[in-house]
Design a protein around this ligand. Structure first.
Ligand code: 13P
Ligand code: SF4
Length: 354
């Protein structure tokens, strides 16, 4: 549906009043009605890097989910205020690893006698607490666009990696990009005593994968890949690495949201694409490239938005921008200094990856 013209005008007016005082970041999964007001759009890596690009901006409005706003707060100056237009915009995957569970996991690794060989690598999609744990234990953060480089770095520091919280990105990167086998990976289940693993299994593993996943990307199946290949002969299947290993193995190309956009920009006219990622982005790309005669379809028959990304809508954005224009900022995201110190260490290791 087209955006409410009254709200569009209010968002525009509030942004104009704020001028350089506000910097609006928008993740690629955001709604069209929101993304039109973003000063910068990107995947999670680009947004982490760009968050600090406007040190003169007093406010950073993050149109994305909670862990992204936390990371922006960590990476920007202390006097810059980060605002998330709806505090309920979380990420179910990030919620799958709590600080308590991860501390318990480290005890399990210590008891098995392997902790000293383990380097934690945490996906950006994790809370600031998990990032701080990662920094304290000599590890790095990664995103879907640098997971391979992060693992290469980690295996220079130690013999084993604890990858959290997305088992799929961890497994896909280990097997697809690092030449490991599925047997090199074990799954740590935080809901079972000892993670459901024996000390011997932990000693033999190279990759200890946390049992977390994205419920949006988890809906794509090998069946959906086979179906689309049958429906659209010659189709290129391009999926996000948060998809299950079987799906990634059946696809032609795999990459982050930014990679997906670049691949479609470079695609020749007349080519056909089935995309396995969040629906706001796929729809936007289908509309954008229709004029260039690139056929872009969603790799599934069922509708598949990320419900928490979708919580940031135009009414929430207007409310947040107007609160800033009025000098009464709402929904500030602020990471406590102790957590920030170690989380920043882990994030800076990622930003310094070759
Ligand atoms: P990227 O934009 O880094 O590919 O990440 C996708 C995602 O799920 C963010 O939550
Ligand atoms: Fe989290 Fe998945 Fe939504 Fe990304 S798409 S924010 S991983 S729930």
């Amino acid at each position: 549906a087209p955006s409410d013209p009254d709200l569009v005008e209010r968002a525009r007016a509030a942004k104009e009043k704020l001028g350089d005082k506000v910097f609006v970041l928008g993740h690629h999964y955001q709604r069209d009605e929101v993304i039109q007001f973003a000063d910068v759009t990107g995947d999670s890596f680009k947004l982490a890097r760009d968050a600090a690009a406007r040190p003169e901006a007093e406010y950073i409005v993050f149109c994305g989910v909670h862990f992204m706003a936390e990371s922006a707060d960590i990476l920007t100056a202390d006097d810059q205020k980060v605002v998330l237009p709806d505090l309920a915009a979380g990420c179910s995957m990030a919620d799958m690893a709590t600080a308590e569970q991860v501390a318990e996991c480290w005890d399990v690794l210590t008891e098995a006698g392997v902790a000293e060989q383990v380097v934690p690598v945490s996906y950006m999609n994790s809370s600031a607490d998990i990032k701080a744990f990662t920094g304290r234990h000599g590890g790095t953060i990664c995103t879907s666009s640098n997971a391979k480089r992060a693992l290469e770095w980690a295996f220079e520091q130690g013999e084993k990696v604890l990858f959290l919280p997305d088992q799929h990105l961890g497994r896909n990167t280990a097997v697809r990009d690092m030449g490991m086998s599925l047997e090199d990976c074990v799954l740590y289940n935080p809901h079972k005593p000892g993670g459901g693993l024996t000390a011997e299994e932990l000693r033999n593993a190279k990759m200890i994968l946390w049992r977390g996943h994205c419920s949006v990307h988890g809906r794509f199946s090998v069946e959906s890949v086979n179906d689309v290949r049958e429906r659209i002969p010659g189709v290129n299947v391009l999926v996000h690495p948060e998809c299950k290993h079987e799906v990634v193995a059946a696809a032609d190309y795999v990459g982050s949201t930014e990679y997906i956009i670049k691949a479609l920009e470079a695609a020749p006219a007349g080519s056909k694409w089935a995309i396995g990622t969040e629906l706001n982005l796929v729809r936007r790309l289908a509309n954008r490239f229709a004029a260039e005669d690139k056929e872009i379809v969603f790799l599934d028959k069922t509708v598949c938005f990320c419900s928490t990304m979708n919580r940031i809508d135009l009414p929430h954005l207007v409310w947040a921008l107007e609160s800033l224009a009025d000098g009464n900022p709402v929904n500030r995201i602020e990471v406590d200094p102790e957590t920030e110190k170690y989380a920043k260490l882990a994030l800076e290791r990622m930003l310094a990856l070759p």
